[in-house]
Write a protein that binds this ligand. Sequence first.
Ligand SMILES: Cc1ncc(COP(=O)(O)O)c(C=O)c1O
Length: 475
Amino acid sequence: MSTNQHIQHLPLTPLLHPWIKELIGHPELLLSAIEEHGSPINVHSLAPFGENIQAYQEVFQKFGLKYKIFFARKANKCIVFPLAASKQGQGADTASFRELKQCLDAGIAPKDLILTAAVKNRQLLELAVEHQITVVLDNMDEWDLLQQIVRDKQKEITVNVRLGSFHFEGKTLPTRFGFTSEEAFLFIQKIRKEEPLLRFSGLHFHLNGYSVEQRVTAIEQSLELIDRLYEQGINTESLDIGGGFLMNYLSDKFEWENFHRELKRAVLDEREPITYQNDALGMIKLNNQLYGEPTVYPYYNELHKTDFLKSILTSISSTQQQPLFELLRKRNIELRMEPGRSLLDQCGITVAKVAFRKKDSDGNWLFGLEMNRTQLRSSSADFLLDPIHIPQTENLENTDYCEGYLVGSYCLEQELILKRKLAFSQFPQVGDLLIFPNTAGYMMHFFESEAHLFELAKNLVVVGNVLYFCDGLKI
Ligand SMILES: Cc1ncc(COP(=O)(O)O)c(C=O)c1O
Protein backbone atom coordinates (compact mmCIF):
# COMPACT_ATOMS: atom_id res chain seq x y z
CA MET A 1 0.00 0.00 0.00
CA SER A 2 1.63 3.24 -1.03
CA THR A 3 1.24 6.19 1.33
CA ASN A 4 -0.29 8.04 -1.57
CA GLN A 5 -2.68 5.44 -2.90
CA HIS A 6 -5.98 7.04 -4.01
CA ILE A 7 -4.55 10.45 -3.29
CA GLN A 8 -3.71 13.30 -5.61
CA HIS A 9 -1.21 14.68 -3.13
CA LEU A 10 2.06 15.24 -5.02
CA PRO A 11 3.10 11.61 -4.99
CA LEU A 12 6.65 10.56 -5.84
CA THR A 13 6.10 6.94 -6.74
CA PRO A 14 9.21 4.75 -6.39
CA LEU A 15 10.24 2.07 -8.85
CA LEU A 16 10.15 -1.32 -7.11
CA HIS A 17 12.08 -4.45 -8.08
CA PRO A 18 10.00 -7.67 -7.90
CA TRP A 19 11.81 -8.83 -4.72
CA ILE A 20 10.58 -5.73 -2.90
CA LYS A 21 7.00 -6.26 -4.05
CA GLU A 22 7.25 -9.88 -2.96
CA LEU A 23 8.49 -8.93 0.50
CA ILE A 24 5.82 -6.29 0.95
CA GLY A 25 3.35 -9.13 0.41
CA HIS A 26 4.84 -10.88 3.48
CA PRO A 27 4.85 -8.22 6.20
CA GLU A 28 5.03 -10.99 8.84
CA LEU A 29 8.67 -11.60 7.75
CA LEU A 30 9.52 -7.96 8.28
CA LEU A 31 7.66 -7.77 11.56
CA SER A 32 9.44 -10.78 12.97
CA ALA A 33 12.83 -9.48 11.74
CA ILE A 34 12.17 -6.19 13.54
CA GLU A 35 11.09 -8.11 16.62
CA GLU A 36 14.42 -9.94 16.55
CA HIS A 37 16.81 -7.18 15.45
CA GLY A 38 15.09 -3.95 16.53
CA SER A 39 13.94 -1.06 14.35
CA PRO A 40 14.99 -0.03 11.79
CA ILE A 41 16.39 -2.89 9.72
CA ASN A 42 18.07 -2.70 6.34
CA VAL A 43 17.09 -5.55 4.03
CA HIS A 44 19.20 -6.29 0.97
CA SER A 45 18.90 -8.46 -2.11
CA LEU A 46 21.80 -9.53 -4.28
CA ALA A 47 19.61 -10.26 -7.32
CA PRO A 48 19.48 -6.69 -8.67
CA PHE A 49 23.18 -6.21 -7.90
CA GLY A 50 24.04 -9.11 -10.21
CA GLU A 51 21.67 -7.75 -12.85
CA ASN A 52 23.23 -4.29 -12.64
CA ILE A 53 26.77 -5.66 -13.06
CA GLN A 54 25.64 -7.85 -15.94
CA ALA A 55 24.01 -4.89 -17.69
CA TYR A 56 27.20 -2.80 -17.52
CA GLN A 57 29.23 -5.79 -18.73
CA GLU A 58 27.00 -6.13 -21.77
CA VAL A 59 27.68 -2.51 -22.75
CA PHE A 60 31.44 -3.00 -22.61
CA GLN A 61 31.15 -6.25 -24.54
CA LYS A 62 28.96 -4.62 -27.18
CA PHE A 63 31.65 -2.02 -27.82
CA GLY A 64 34.41 -4.63 -27.80
CA LEU A 65 36.22 -2.99 -24.90
CA LYS A 66 38.49 -4.54 -22.30
CA TYR A 67 36.93 -3.59 -18.97
CA LYS A 68 36.76 -4.08 -15.24
CA ILE A 69 34.09 -2.90 -12.83
CA PHE A 70 35.13 -2.09 -9.25
CA PHE A 71 32.11 -1.67 -6.98
CA ALA A 72 32.68 1.42 -4.77
CA ARG A 73 31.87 -0.18 -1.44
CA LYS A 74 31.77 3.15 0.40
CA ALA A 75 28.17 3.36 -0.83
CA ASN A 76 27.13 0.40 1.38
CA LYS A 77 29.14 -1.32 4.09
CA CYS A 78 27.85 -4.91 3.70
CA ILE A 79 30.61 -7.26 2.58
CA VAL A 80 28.14 -9.35 0.57
CA PHE A 81 28.30 -6.83 -2.29
CA PRO A 82 32.09 -6.82 -2.88
CA LEU A 83 31.96 -10.62 -2.59
CA ALA A 84 29.21 -10.83 -5.18
CA ALA A 85 31.11 -8.46 -7.50
CA SER A 86 34.26 -10.59 -7.32
CA LYS A 87 32.25 -13.78 -7.87
CA GLN A 88 30.98 -12.18 -11.06
CA GLY A 89 34.58 -11.63 -12.21
CA GLN A 90 34.62 -7.95 -11.21
CA GLY A 91 36.00 -6.25 -8.10
CA ALA A 92 35.74 -3.62 -5.39
CA ASP A 93 37.05 -0.11 -4.90
CA THR A 94 38.10 0.38 -1.28
CA ALA A 95 38.36 3.65 0.62
CA SER A 96 39.73 2.76 4.07
CA PHE A 97 41.82 0.23 5.99
CA ARG A 98 38.78 -1.66 7.24
CA GLU A 99 37.12 -1.73 3.82
CA LEU A 100 40.26 -3.21 2.29
CA LYS A 101 41.06 -5.57 5.17
CA GLN A 102 37.53 -6.97 5.26
CA CYS A 103 37.62 -7.66 1.52
CA LEU A 104 40.94 -9.47 1.88
CA ASP A 105 39.75 -11.45 4.91
CA ALA A 106 36.65 -12.45 2.95
CA GLY A 107 38.92 -14.02 0.36
CA ILE A 108 38.60 -11.50 -2.47
CA ALA A 109 41.65 -11.78 -4.73
CA PRO A 110 44.02 -8.78 -4.63
CA LYS A 111 43.69 -8.38 -8.40
CA ASP A 112 40.00 -7.65 -7.83
CA LEU A 113 40.69 -4.82 -5.39
CA ILE A 114 41.77 -1.24 -5.85
CA LEU A 115 42.58 1.38 -3.21
CA THR A 116 41.35 4.92 -3.80
CA ALA A 117 41.08 6.13 -0.17
CA ALA A 118 41.16 9.93 0.12
CA VAL A 119 43.59 9.61 3.04
CA LYS A 120 46.14 6.80 2.95
CA ASN A 121 48.18 6.44 6.12
CA ARG A 122 51.12 4.10 6.72
CA GLN A 123 48.98 1.28 8.10
CA LEU A 124 46.74 1.31 5.03
CA LEU A 125 49.57 1.54 2.49
CA GLU A 126 51.46 -1.25 4.28
CA LEU A 127 48.40 -3.47 3.96
CA ALA A 128 48.17 -2.61 0.25
CA VAL A 129 51.87 -3.38 -0.29
CA GLU A 130 51.67 -6.66 1.66
CA HIS A 131 48.85 -7.84 -0.59
CA GLN A 132 49.88 -6.19 -3.87
CA ILE A 133 46.75 -4.05 -4.14
CA THR A 134 46.82 -1.40 -6.88
CA VAL A 135 47.05 2.00 -5.21
CA VAL A 136 45.64 5.13 -6.83
CA LEU A 137 48.03 7.97 -5.98
CA ASP A 138 46.55 11.40 -5.38
CA ASN A 139 49.46 13.51 -4.13
CA MET A 140 53.23 13.59 -3.65
CA ASP A 141 53.09 12.83 0.08
CA GLU A 142 51.40 9.52 -0.72
CA TRP A 143 54.16 8.78 -3.18
CA ASP A 144 56.86 9.57 -0.56
CA LEU A 145 55.23 7.31 2.02
CA LEU A 146 54.62 4.49 -0.46
CA GLN A 147 58.19 4.72 -1.65
CA GLN A 148 59.49 4.37 1.93
CA ILE A 149 57.25 1.34 2.48
CA VAL A 150 58.20 -0.54 -0.70
CA ARG A 151 61.88 0.12 -0.01
CA ASP A 152 61.58 -1.10 3.59
CA LYS A 153 59.72 -4.21 2.53
CA GLN A 154 61.51 -4.66 -0.78
CA LYS A 155 58.18 -5.39 -2.42
CA GLU A 156 56.81 -4.21 -5.73
CA ILE A 157 53.46 -2.55 -6.14
CA THR A 158 51.34 -1.29 -9.03
CA VAL A 159 50.14 2.30 -8.96
CA ASN A 160 47.59 4.31 -10.88
CA VAL A 161 47.71 8.10 -10.96
CA ARG A 162 44.62 10.17 -10.22
CA LEU A 163 43.89 13.04 -12.57
CA GLY A 164 41.87 16.16 -11.82
CA SER A 165 41.55 19.83 -12.84
CA PHE A 166 40.21 18.98 -16.31
CA HIS A 167 39.46 21.92 -18.62
CA PHE A 168 35.80 22.18 -19.45
CA GLU A 169 34.07 25.00 -21.33
CA GLY A 170 36.95 27.40 -20.78
CA LYS A 171 37.26 26.74 -17.04
CA THR A 172 39.01 24.27 -14.77
CA LEU A 173 36.66 21.77 -13.11
CA PRO A 174 37.20 22.53 -9.41
CA THR A 175 38.47 19.60 -7.36
CA ARG A 176 40.61 18.79 -4.36
CA PHE A 177 41.71 15.53 -5.93
CA GLY A 178 44.36 14.45 -8.38
CA PHE A 179 47.15 15.87 -10.48
CA THR A 180 46.82 18.15 -13.49
CA SER A 181 47.68 16.49 -16.79
CA GLU A 182 51.06 18.27 -16.88
CA GLU A 183 51.89 17.32 -13.28
CA ALA A 184 50.93 13.72 -13.98
CA PHE A 185 53.09 13.66 -17.13
CA LEU A 186 56.15 14.66 -15.09
CA PHE A 187 55.23 12.51 -12.09
CA ILE A 188 54.75 9.32 -14.11
CA GLN A 189 58.17 9.79 -15.73
CA LYS A 190 59.65 10.34 -12.27
CA ILE A 191 58.06 7.10 -11.04
CA ARG A 192 59.67 5.24 -13.90
CA LYS A 193 63.09 6.80 -13.42
CA GLU A 194 63.32 6.82 -9.65
CA GLU A 195 61.50 3.81 -8.28
CA PRO A 196 61.78 0.37 -9.86
CA LEU A 197 59.57 -1.07 -7.10
CA LEU A 198 56.59 1.02 -8.23
CA ARG A 199 54.98 0.02 -11.50
CA PHE A 200 52.74 2.57 -13.22
CA SER A 201 49.80 0.90 -14.93
CA GLY A 202 46.96 3.36 -15.39
CA LEU A 203 45.18 6.67 -15.00
CA HIS A 204 42.17 7.33 -12.83
CA PHE A 205 39.61 10.06 -12.22
CA HIS A 206 36.33 10.44 -10.41
CA LEU A 207 34.23 13.51 -11.13
CA ASN A 208 31.82 15.20 -8.81
CA GLY A 209 28.29 15.49 -10.22
CA TYR A 210 26.60 13.66 -13.05
CA SER A 211 27.60 15.33 -16.30
CA VAL A 212 28.10 13.13 -19.36
CA GLU A 213 29.88 16.00 -21.15
CA GLN A 214 32.38 16.50 -18.33
CA ARG A 215 33.17 12.79 -18.35
CA VAL A 216 33.68 12.89 -22.12
CA THR A 217 36.09 15.82 -21.73
CA ALA A 218 37.94 14.05 -18.92
CA ILE A 219 38.36 10.93 -21.06
CA GLU A 220 39.60 13.00 -24.02
CA GLN A 221 42.16 14.78 -21.86
CA SER A 222 43.23 11.47 -20.31
CA LEU A 223 43.73 10.03 -23.79
CA GLU A 224 45.90 13.00 -24.75
CA LEU A 225 48.08 12.29 -21.72
CA ILE A 226 48.16 8.59 -22.55
CA ASP A 227 49.44 9.47 -26.04
CA ARG A 228 52.09 11.83 -24.65
CA LEU A 229 53.27 9.13 -22.26
CA TYR A 230 53.37 6.63 -25.10
CA GLU A 231 55.70 8.91 -27.02
CA GLN A 232 58.00 8.74 -23.98
CA GLY A 233 57.88 4.95 -24.12
CA ILE A 234 55.42 4.62 -21.22
CA ASN A 235 52.45 2.33 -21.75
CA THR A 236 49.13 3.01 -19.99
CA GLU A 237 47.16 -0.19 -19.55
CA SER A 238 43.97 1.15 -18.02
CA LEU A 239 41.82 4.22 -17.61
CA ASP A 240 39.48 4.27 -14.60
CA ILE A 241 36.60 6.72 -14.96
CA GLY A 242 35.35 6.42 -11.35
CA GLY A 243 31.67 6.45 -10.42
CA GLY A 244 28.78 8.90 -10.60
CA PHE A 245 26.61 6.95 -13.05
CA LEU A 246 23.13 8.37 -12.69
CA MET A 247 20.30 6.10 -11.65
CA ASN A 248 16.55 6.48 -11.66
CA TYR A 249 14.42 6.03 -8.54
CA LEU A 250 11.03 7.24 -9.72
CA SER A 251 8.36 5.98 -12.06
CA ASP A 252 6.82 9.24 -13.22
CA LYS A 253 8.34 12.31 -14.81
CA PHE A 254 5.22 14.39 -14.28
CA GLU A 255 5.25 13.68 -10.52
CA TRP A 256 8.88 14.78 -10.30
CA GLU A 257 8.36 18.00 -12.24
CA ASN A 258 5.13 18.71 -10.42
CA PHE A 259 6.81 18.33 -7.04
CA HIS A 260 9.50 20.86 -7.99
CA ARG A 261 6.95 23.32 -9.33
CA GLU A 262 4.79 23.04 -6.23
CA LEU A 263 7.77 23.27 -3.89
CA LYS A 264 8.68 26.62 -5.42
CA ARG A 265 5.09 27.83 -5.13
CA ALA A 266 4.95 26.69 -1.51
CA VAL A 267 8.20 28.43 -0.55
CA LEU A 268 6.89 31.61 -2.21
CA ASP A 269 3.72 31.26 -0.06
CA GLU A 270 1.55 30.68 -3.12
CA ARG A 271 0.19 27.44 -1.66
CA GLU A 272 0.30 25.55 1.65
CA PRO A 273 3.71 24.07 2.61
CA ILE A 274 4.68 20.66 1.26
CA THR A 275 7.83 20.39 3.38
CA TYR A 276 8.28 20.72 7.12
CA GLN A 277 8.18 24.39 8.13
CA ASN A 278 8.23 25.17 4.42
CA ASP A 279 11.83 24.00 4.06
CA ALA A 280 13.18 25.18 0.67
CA LEU A 281 15.43 22.08 0.34
CA GLY A 282 18.48 24.22 -0.34
CA MET A 283 16.95 27.02 -2.44
CA ILE A 284 17.37 30.53 -1.08
CA LYS A 285 14.51 32.99 -0.79
CA LEU A 286 15.43 36.69 -0.81
CA ASN A 287 12.91 39.53 -1.19
CA ASN A 288 10.30 37.04 -2.30
CA GLN A 289 12.56 35.73 -5.08
CA LEU A 290 13.88 32.18 -5.18
CA TYR A 291 17.52 31.55 -6.03
CA GLY A 292 19.15 28.24 -6.94
CA GLU A 293 17.56 24.83 -7.26
CA PRO A 294 16.79 22.28 -4.53
CA THR A 295 20.04 20.60 -3.49
CA VAL A 296 18.62 17.12 -3.99
CA TYR A 297 19.80 14.10 -5.94
CA PRO A 298 18.07 14.05 -9.37
CA TYR A 299 15.86 11.12 -8.38
CA TYR A 300 14.09 11.03 -11.75
CA ASN A 301 16.38 10.41 -14.73
CA GLU A 302 15.67 9.21 -18.22
CA LEU A 303 19.35 8.81 -19.05
CA HIS A 304 20.64 6.47 -16.39
CA LYS A 305 22.95 3.54 -15.67
CA THR A 306 23.82 1.69 -18.91
CA ASP A 307 22.37 4.43 -21.11
CA PHE A 308 24.48 6.97 -19.24
CA LEU A 309 27.56 4.81 -19.89
CA LYS A 310 26.63 4.29 -23.55
CA SER A 311 26.14 7.97 -24.04
CA ILE A 312 29.69 8.63 -22.75
CA LEU A 313 31.24 5.90 -24.88
CA THR A 314 29.49 6.87 -28.09
CA SER A 315 30.27 10.58 -27.75
CA ILE A 316 32.45 11.85 -30.56
CA SER A 317 35.79 13.26 -29.47
CA SER A 318 35.93 16.93 -30.44
CA THR A 319 39.66 16.67 -31.13
CA GLN A 320 39.82 13.31 -32.89
CA GLN A 321 36.35 13.11 -34.50
CA GLN A 322 35.81 9.51 -33.44
CA PRO A 323 33.64 7.92 -30.76
CA LEU A 324 35.42 7.46 -27.44
CA PHE A 325 34.96 3.68 -27.42
CA GLU A 326 36.86 3.55 -30.71
CA LEU A 327 39.71 5.65 -29.35
CA LEU A 328 39.96 3.46 -26.25
CA ARG A 329 39.80 0.24 -28.25
CA LYS A 330 42.49 1.35 -30.70
CA ARG A 331 44.86 2.00 -27.83
CA ASN A 332 43.98 -1.34 -26.23
CA ILE A 333 43.11 0.44 -22.97
CA GLU A 334 41.17 -1.45 -20.31
CA LEU A 335 38.30 0.83 -19.32
CA ARG A 336 37.60 0.66 -15.60
CA MET A 337 34.75 2.13 -13.63
CA GLU A 338 33.85 2.39 -9.93
CA PRO A 339 30.08 2.66 -9.65
CA GLY A 340 28.69 2.69 -6.12
CA ARG A 341 25.12 3.96 -6.09
CA SER A 342 24.12 2.67 -9.51
CA LEU A 343 25.23 -0.91 -8.82
CA LEU A 344 23.09 -0.80 -5.68
CA ASP A 345 19.99 0.28 -7.59
CA GLN A 346 17.04 -1.69 -6.14
CA CYS A 347 19.34 -3.66 -3.78
CA GLY A 348 17.96 -2.55 -0.44
CA ILE A 349 15.10 -1.23 1.64
CA THR A 350 14.96 0.26 5.13
CA VAL A 351 12.07 -0.73 7.35
CA ALA A 352 11.03 1.08 10.56
CA LYS A 353 8.27 0.77 13.11
CA VAL A 354 5.81 3.49 14.10
CA ALA A 355 6.26 4.38 17.78
CA PHE A 356 3.84 7.29 18.30
CA ARG A 357 1.45 9.77 16.71
CA LYS A 358 1.08 13.34 17.91
CA LYS A 359 0.51 16.89 16.69
CA ASP A 360 3.15 19.62 16.77
CA SER A 361 2.50 23.21 17.88
CA ASP A 362 1.25 24.10 14.37
CA GLY A 363 -1.22 21.23 14.34
CA ASN A 364 0.74 19.02 11.92
CA TRP A 365 0.49 15.29 12.44
CA LEU A 366 3.85 13.77 13.37
CA PHE A 367 4.46 10.04 13.13
CA GLY A 368 7.40 9.01 15.30
CA LEU A 369 9.51 6.12 14.03
CA GLU A 370 11.89 3.90 15.96
CA MET A 371 14.69 5.23 13.79
CA ASN A 372 16.83 8.32 13.46
CA ARG A 373 17.47 10.50 10.44
CA THR A 374 21.12 9.42 10.07
CA GLN A 375 19.73 6.01 9.11
CA LEU A 376 18.21 7.46 5.94
CA ARG A 377 20.54 10.17 4.86
CA SER A 378 22.81 11.24 2.03
CA SER A 379 24.13 14.61 0.95
CA SER A 380 20.76 15.22 -0.76
CA ALA A 381 18.54 17.69 1.16
CA ASP A 382 15.72 15.11 1.22
CA PHE A 383 15.07 11.56 0.03
CA LEU A 384 12.31 12.23 -2.48
CA LEU A 385 10.53 8.88 -2.73
CA ASP A 386 7.24 7.88 -1.13
CA PRO A 387 7.67 5.33 1.62
CA ILE A 388 5.26 2.41 1.74
CA HIS A 389 2.95 2.14 4.73
CA ILE A 390 2.28 -1.39 5.98
CA PRO A 391 -0.46 -1.44 8.63
CA GLN A 392 0.29 -4.05 11.27
CA THR A 393 -3.25 -5.28 11.28
CA GLU A 394 -5.58 -5.03 8.34
CA ASN A 395 -8.11 -2.65 9.83
CA LEU A 396 -10.71 -2.20 7.14
CA GLU A 397 -12.51 0.52 9.08
CA ASN A 398 -9.39 2.62 9.24
CA THR A 399 -9.63 4.45 5.94
CA ASP A 400 -8.95 7.88 7.38
CA TYR A 401 -6.84 9.81 4.93
CA CYS A 402 -4.29 11.98 6.66
CA GLU A 403 -1.20 14.01 5.98
CA GLY A 404 1.83 14.36 8.19
CA TYR A 405 5.53 14.08 8.70
CA LEU A 406 7.86 11.28 9.81
CA VAL A 407 10.06 12.16 12.76
CA GLY A 408 12.84 10.22 14.45
CA SER A 409 14.50 9.55 17.76
CA TYR A 410 17.23 12.18 18.02
CA CYS A 411 16.37 15.05 20.33
CA LEU A 412 16.65 17.83 17.75
CA GLU A 413 13.74 19.94 16.50
CA GLN A 414 15.08 19.21 12.98
CA GLU A 415 14.87 15.43 13.46
CA LEU A 416 12.71 14.74 10.40
CA ILE A 417 13.18 11.39 8.66
CA LEU A 418 11.77 12.99 5.51
CA LYS A 419 11.22 16.72 5.16
CA ARG A 420 8.43 16.20 2.66
CA LYS A 421 4.84 16.09 3.83
CA LEU A 422 3.37 12.63 3.22
CA ALA A 423 -0.16 11.45 2.65
CA PHE A 424 -1.52 8.24 4.19
CA SER A 425 -4.63 6.48 2.99
CA GLN A 426 -4.97 4.89 6.44
CA PHE A 427 -4.16 6.69 9.67
CA PRO A 428 -0.88 5.11 10.92
CA GLN A 429 -1.11 3.01 14.08
CA VAL A 430 1.59 2.26 16.63
CA GLY A 431 3.42 -0.87 15.45
CA ASP A 432 2.78 -0.24 11.73
CA LEU A 433 5.76 -0.42 9.40
CA LEU A 434 7.15 2.15 7.01
CA ILE A 435 9.27 0.83 4.15
CA PHE A 436 11.74 3.16 2.46
CA PRO A 437 12.61 1.66 -0.92
CA ASN A 438 15.93 1.74 -2.76
CA THR A 439 18.09 2.86 0.14
CA ALA A 440 21.14 0.57 -0.32
CA GLY A 441 23.22 3.23 -2.09
CA TYR A 442 24.46 5.73 0.54
CA MET A 443 21.09 6.21 2.29
CA MET A 444 21.58 3.50 4.93
CA HIS A 445 25.17 3.78 5.96
CA PHE A 446 26.97 6.86 4.75
CA PHE A 447 26.00 9.16 7.62
CA GLU A 448 24.64 6.70 10.20
CA SER A 449 25.58 7.61 13.74
CA GLU A 450 25.18 6.24 17.25
CA ALA A 451 24.19 9.46 19.02
CA HIS A 452 22.23 8.92 22.27
CA LEU A 453 23.88 5.45 22.17
CA PHE A 454 21.22 4.11 19.85
CA GLU A 455 22.47 0.99 18.14
CA LEU A 456 23.19 1.04 14.43
CA ALA A 457 20.53 -0.59 12.26
CA LYS A 458 21.02 -4.29 11.61
CA ASN A 459 21.61 -5.45 8.05
CA LEU A 460 19.88 -8.47 6.55
CA VAL A 461 19.93 -10.21 3.20
CA VAL A 462 16.85 -11.82 1.74
CA VAL A 463 17.28 -15.19 0.03
CA GLY A 464 14.02 -16.77 -1.09
CA ASN A 465 11.72 -15.90 1.75
CA VAL A 466 14.34 -16.08 4.51
CA LEU A 467 16.03 -13.02 5.97
CA TYR A 468 19.65 -13.64 7.02
CA PHE A 469 21.67 -11.40 9.29
CA CYS A 470 24.63 -10.11 7.24
CA ASP A 471 26.79 -7.75 9.30
CA GLY A 472 29.55 -10.37 9.50
CA LEU A 473 31.77 -11.36 6.64
CA LYS A 474 29.44 -13.98 5.23
CA ILE A 475 25.72 -14.52 5.34
C1 LIG B 1 36.96 7.62 -6.11
C2 LIG B 1 35.50 7.29 -6.15
N1 LIG B 1 35.10 6.27 -6.93
C3 LIG B 1 33.79 5.91 -6.99
C4 LIG B 1 32.82 6.59 -6.27
C5 LIG B 1 31.39 6.11 -6.37
O1 LIG B 1 30.52 7.06 -6.89
P1 LIG B 1 28.99 6.70 -7.15
O2 LIG B 1 28.49 6.01 -5.96
O3 LIG B 1 28.34 8.00 -7.40
O4 LIG B 1 28.95 5.82 -8.36
C6 LIG B 1 33.21 7.65 -5.45
C7 LIG B 1 32.20 8.39 -4.68
O5 LIG B 1 32.44 9.30 -3.96
C8 LIG B 1 34.59 8.02 -5.39
O6 LIG B 1 34.99 9.01 -4.60
